[in-house]
Design a protein around this ligand. Structure first.
Ligand code: PA5
Length: 422
């Protein structure tokens, strides 16, 4: 399971931080004792116990449909924006096999004609299924996806096109009515889960299963960490420690949090995390600005700012502990000045870069929180999703905002819909 560590320097006010943690323990207790069916946030807590929307029965039903799609399709187009695609995309792009029978491609993530034309061109000769995911089917991006892929499938498959159009929407919504009227297979977007918390529901699990990801393992990881987090009401609870660490630092004018990692497979997980924290906490003129960096590449760009820019950053590292890949650097026998690398393993070189970066940032007093994964596996993604969802619930509650709404995203939409004559 994930393990945790903090790396702060001697001038970090340890005592004050401990007092902060002691003072907010009632928040942890309240959250652990939450009854998601009666709590004030009951309309947003469908993810909290996991099993409500990811029971063993849900998983086996999803696997049956996913297998059918996987066997028939070359491509599944996942249409969905923000929380409706980020979790699935993070796992699929990190872990699905190169030779997977069915490739997952993404639409509904932008409004670019260039992007769509290239995508349509790429899949025109393939066997295609489409999964349109929208909690509120008024969102423009999935709406555009539907308007583009419905005629595409109709042209390709005639009257039987509807079998290729899977709809993931909420029960009782106009989207479900549309699915029924047109005979589209229907999956559930739980009404009591917001997009960014939807990894453990049909929203996240179905596309992963089509991609050949073992969703039972993902849920196993999530359940294990849920059990650990929900039975620890002390300051040693790692999600609580993390929530306190960031809130304590925010009160002390640390305004930016970097989520850094040294494995590019985690890049899209970084996007999911960024959305989770930005949308959950950035409101009422509060919150920490979350930014995800992919090292070592970003050390050659943003790394300069981290080292010598404003001192208002904290940094959370995702660290993969066990060696899962190996590549020995061979002598080159030319004068390239890299002989100090001869015989070294690239995995170990990356590790030296990782601990040197943490040390360099510590030396300039960047407070560091470390999250260690034993390996990058499906199970560890389950742990990561649940850990951060649980942590942002605690963190947002300490911050005294509602971590489940996102009223700020409406402003541009009002202007955009006006511009489009809606
Ligand atoms: O996390 C959220 O709630 C948002 O990011 C939504 O997932 C996103 O806006 C897409 O919404 P919808 O599924 O209603 O199209």
């Amino acid at each position: 399971m994930l393990t945790f560590d903090t790396k702060t320097t001697s001038n970090f006010p340890k005592k004050e931080f401990e007092t902060f943690q002691d003072n907010h323990l009632s928040t942890l207790k309240k959250i652990i004792e939450t009854n998601p069916d009666t709590d004030a946030h009951k309309n947003d807590l469908g993810w909290f116990k996991i099993d409500k929307w990811a029971s063993d029965q849900c998983i086996s039903e999803l696997n049956v449909l996913a297998e059918k799609v996987r066997n028939n399709a070359d491509v599944l187009v996942l249409v969905g924006v923000g929380g409706s695609n980020q979790a699935a995309r993070a796992v699929i792009e990190a872990l699905s096999k190169k030779n997977a029978k069915c490739k997952i491609v993404y639409a509904g993530i932008n409004l670019s004609a260039n992007y769509y034309n290239k995508l349509l061109d790429d899949i025109t000769d393939k066997e295609v299924y489409v999964d349109i995911i929208a909690k509120n089917f008024e969102t423009l991006e999935p709406g555009i996806g539907f308007r583009i892929f419905k005629p595409f499938l109709q042209k390709k498959y005639g009257n039987s096109y509807s079998k290729h159009m899977i709809v993931t929407g909420t029960i009782g919504s106009p989207f479900e009515e549309l699915a029924k009227a047109e005979n589209y297979p229907f999956l559930i977007f739980p009404t009591d889960i917001g997009g960014r918390y939807s990894a453990f529901s049909d929203v996240g699990l179905f596309p992963m299963a089509v991609a050949g990801i073992d969703i039972t393992e993902l849920i196993k990881g999530a359940r294990e960490i849920r059990n650990a987090l929900q039975k620890n009401q002390t300051v040693s609870n790692p999600a609580y420690r993390y929530a306190c660490f960031r809130n304590y630092l925010l009160q002390n004018d640390y305004k930016i949090e970097i989520l850094a990692h040294f494995e590019p497979q985690l890049d899209l997980f970084g996007r999911w995390w960024t959305q989770l924290f930005a949308e959950s906490e950035g409101k009422e003129d509060k919150g920490i600005y979350p930014v995800s960096l992919s090292y070592s590449e970003d050390l050659h760009s943003v790394g300069q700012y981290v080292q010598q820019g404003q001192k208002d950053l904290l940094e959370t590292f995702l660290i993969v502990d066990n060696k899962s890949s190996s590549l020995t650097i061979q002598p080159s026998h030319v004068g390239d000045n890299f002989d100090y690398l001869n015989g070294k393993d690239l995995w170990d070189i990356n590790k030296v870069s990782e601990y040197s970066t943490i040390e360099a940032h510590r030396q300039i007093n960047v407070p560091v929180f470390e999250i260690h994964l034993s390996e990058l596996s499906t199970k560890s993604y389950g742990e990561l999703f649940y850990f951060f969802e649980f942590a942002v619930y605690i963190s947002g509650t300490i911050l005294d905002i509602n971590p489940f709404d996102q009223p700020g995203v409406e402003a541009y939409k009002t202007l955009m819909f006006k511009g489009l004559g809606k």
